[in-house]
Design a protein around this ligand. Structure first.
Ligand SMILES: C[S@@+](CC[C@H](N)C(=O)[O-])C[C@H]1O[C@@H](n2cnc3c(N)ncnc32)[C@H](O)[C@@H]1O
Length: 145
C-alpha cells in the first residue's frame, strides 16, 4: 500500500496487488494480517514510530509478524524530509523518522500494552534502506529529538 499513485501503479504493472491508501486509513482485514513489512526505511512514515508500530500491531492477527528494516547506525531521530530529484526539484516537506535496531526494539517494547501486545515474534533486520540511483532521493534536515 502506498499514498503515492505512481508507486501503486508500478506495483500493479508488475502484476502484484496494491492499495492506494494510507497505512493509517481503514484497511481490509484489520486484525487478520499474517505479516506486515515496513521495508526501505518506512518505519519513518508519519514521523512518529510509536504510532506506526501501534497501527501495524492492530493490523496483525494473533501471532502475526511485523518485519521492519532499520538503519545500520544506532540512531533514533525525528526530522522533516523531502524528496529531491536528480535535477534539483524538491517535493513537499513531510515528517520522517530514522531508527537503528536498539531504538526500534525499545519502542516496540514500549508499544506493548496490557490488552494489545506486539507479537512475540516481531523482529527487525538491520539492513539499511537503499535508494535507486536515478530516482529521487530522500533528503532531511531539522532533526527533532
Ligand atoms: C522511503 S519511501 C519508499 C520507497 C520505495 N520502497 C521505493 O523503493 O521506491 C516511503 C514511501 O512511503 C510512502 N508513504 C508515506 N506516507 C505513507 C502513508 N501514510 N501510508 C502509506 N504509504 C506512505 C511514500 O509514498 C513512499 O512511497
Amino acid at each position: 500500500m502506498d499514498i503515492s499513485g505512481i508507486a501503486v501503479a508500478r506495483v500493479r504493472q508488475a502484476g502484484a496487488c496494491a492499495l492506494h491508501r494510507s497505512v493509517f486509513a481503514r484497511l481490509p482485514g484489520q486484525g487478520r494480517w499474517v505479516t506486515v513489512l515496513l521495508a526501505d526505511g518506512n518505519i519513518g512514515i508519519g514521523g512518529v514510530p510509536d504510532a506506526l508500530l501501534r497501527r501495524c500491531a492492530r493490523l496483525l492477527a494473533p501471532g502475526g509478524r511485523l518485519l521492519i528494516e532499520v538503519e545500520h547506525d544506532d540512531i533514533d531521530e525525528r526530522m522533516t524530509a523531502w524528496l529531491e530529484h536528480p535535477d534539483g526539484r524538491r517535493g513537499p516537506v513531510f515528517p520522517w523518522a530514522r531508527l537503528g535496531v536498539s531504538a526500534l526494539l525499545k519502542r516496540a517494547a514500549a508499544a506493548e500494552g496490557p490488552k494489545q501486545r506486539m507479537p512475540a515474534s516481531a523482529s527487525a533486520s538491520a539492513t539499511p534502506a537503499t535508494s535507486g540511483a536515478s530516482g529521487p532521493t530522500t533528503t532531511s534536515e531539522t532533526p527533532r529529538t
